[in-house]
Write a protein that binds this ligand. Structure first.
Ligand code: HEM
Length: 114
């Protein structure tokens, strides 16, 4: 089902903002700035050191879409390992969002950031 971007913004502010900023030109924190994450392509936050596993997955995945983000937010390391096709350690993002509704809403919010 399509997510609710307004509900997703609240989730982002409470569950993701410790590690991510969302505004254009926002700083990287523990995680990369997420403005344009669905349109800029993978691995594109300026001056952010992605993990080797992320980099291996991004080499085979040009951009994020709703399906790949849903898988990633369910289990980042498992999803990046599947995309990379080989094990290269772990994602630097250990956080998981287990609720499918929360994932759909936060993905709808991420899709507005462009
Ligand atoms: C990466 C989303 C919570 C740390 C990412 C990426 C997305 C994302 C889409 C890939 C960015 C890109 O391709 O440039 C989210 C969302 C969250 C969340 C929607 C909340 C629901 C967190 C939290 C932390 C975190 C709480 C820290 C405790 C990271 C790190 C990376 C990352 C370190 C880089 C992964 C790597 O290089 O392996 N996140 N995140 N995230 N996130 Fe999150």
């Amino acid at each position: 089902a399509a997510g609710d971007a307004a509900a997703g913004e609240k989730i982002a502010k409470t569950k993701c903002a410790a590690c991510h900023t969302f505004e254009t030109g926002g700083a990287n924190k523990v995680g990369p700035n997420l403005f344009g994450v669905t349109t800029r392509g993978t691995g594109k936050a300026a001056n952010f050191a992605y993990s080797p596993l992320y980099t291996a997955a991004a080499a085979k995945m040009a951009s994020w879409d709703a399906a790949s983000l849903d898988a990633y937010l369910t289990d980042p390391t498992k999803t990046l390992t599947e995309k990379a096709g080989e094990a290269k350690g772990a994602s630097k993002m250990t956080f998981k969002l287990p609720s499918a509704d929360d994932r759909a809403n936060v993905i709808a919010y991420l899709e507005t950031l462009k």
